[in-house]
Design a protein around this ligand. Structure first.
Ligand SMILES: [Fe+2]
Length: 333
């Protein structure tokens, strides 16, 4: 993949940028609330077919894609958010990313301590180990880059499965049994504070993966969760060590205006720790969407019943907490 960048990335053409700009203008002239923008409200005469191809590449192919060169330097954050949301609407339905009902997320260092059992990694400047998010597709738009660090890195979870099978087949059955993971206090109706999900889940000829080591570690602090066995810890350590192998993962640099898509079912992502700029408005800041996609792969019950509910289109619905309305804030809160 390192040698085939043209397969998994594209720099917007000037014609496509003109289409996107016109679509943003249309949305703004109608005064549409970002929350209600659908693909039909964001017409892209030629770029739409590119997005359809990308959606297919994400759901049926390797599971990641990179779009470069949205001209956000001249835009307000609101304009960038509308463009990002509108592009995302061509791929799927945005769903809630946390217990506050945020369907437009902000990945920004809020000075939170990653060691806090309730802190989510995206609110810190810490290195985030390889993990999956909780949706069909996760999309990130880079609004501001870090002063240094904050590299993005991805790894194929299918490759991890195959490498465990080749090198340590004895650990594979352990990874295919459920692990208890915390819900970080964001508990959907009728659910427990934790969920039980295996790391690797074969389904209809593909391997669906779900893995958040920090959520498993923090799950250990919840009363009623059984302690990890030595075999489980060894198996998770082995997955982590495989993902860190430079021959297995792929690093990429985020520049302002770049968009990264990953299909969480086949791809894990990570980022390095970073040093930020002094002024709050200059600091590393990514916008995030979690998208539920029509035609996404069949999922095991662990994903859709044990862990999450379903969207209107029958896909994992992210983090839905009773009584919390969906909202799309324009700043990190
Ligand atoms: Fe993530």
């Amino acid at each position: 993949m390192r040698d085939r960048e043209q397969d998994w990335s594209h720099e917007w053409t000037s014609k496509e940028i003109a289409e996107i700009t016109a679509a943003v203008d249309t949305v703004q002239s109608k005064g549409l609330d970002i929350l209600h923008i659908r693909a039909t409200d964001f017409p892209l005469p030629t770029a739409a077919s590119r997005l359809a191809d990308i959606r297919n590449y994400l759901l049926e192919g390797p599971g990641f894609y990179f779009l470069r060169g949205l001209p956000i330097a001249d835009w307000s954050l609101e304009r960038a958010a509308i463009a990002f949301w509108g592009l995302g609407a061509h791929l799927g339905q945005a769903c809630s990313q946390n217990g506050k009902g945020h369907v437009l997320g902000h990945v920004k260092n809020l000075g939170l301590d990653y060691g806090d059992p309730m802190a989510r990694g995206y609110q810190t400047n810490a290195r985030l180990p390889y993990h999956t998010d909780s949706s069909d597709i996760a999309a990130l738009l880079c609004w501001r880059a870090a002063k240094s660090g904050g590299l993005s890195s991805i790894v194929s979870s299918t490759t991890l499965y195959n490498e465990v099978l080749a090198r340590r087949p004895d650990l594979l059955p352990v990874l295919m049994q459920p692990f208890h993971r915390t819900r970080w206090g964001e508990v959907p109706e009728g659910k427990l504070p934790w969920a039980e999900i295996p790391v690797f889940m074969p389904k209809d000829g593909r391997i669906i993966a779900h893995y958040v080591r920090s959520a498993i570690r923090k799950g250990q602090l919840i009363g009623g969760v059984p302690p990890l066995t030595d075999a489980q810890t060894e198996a998770l350590d082995f997955v982590d060590s495989l993902a860190q192998d430079p021959d297995i993962h792929l690093d990429m640099t985020f520049r302002p205006g770049d968009i990264q898509f990953v299909c969480n079912h086949y791809t894990m992502h990570s980022r390095t720790a970073f040093e930020d700029w002094e002024a709050s408005e200059d600091r590393r800041h990514l916008l995030r969407l979690w998208l539920a996609c029509d035609g996404g792969p069949a999922l095991p019950h662990w994903m859709t019943e044990s862990y999450e509910g379903k969207t209107r289109n029958g896909r994992p619905n992210g983090i839905v907490v009773p009584g919390v309305a969906l909202n799309a804030p324009l700043e990190a809160v």
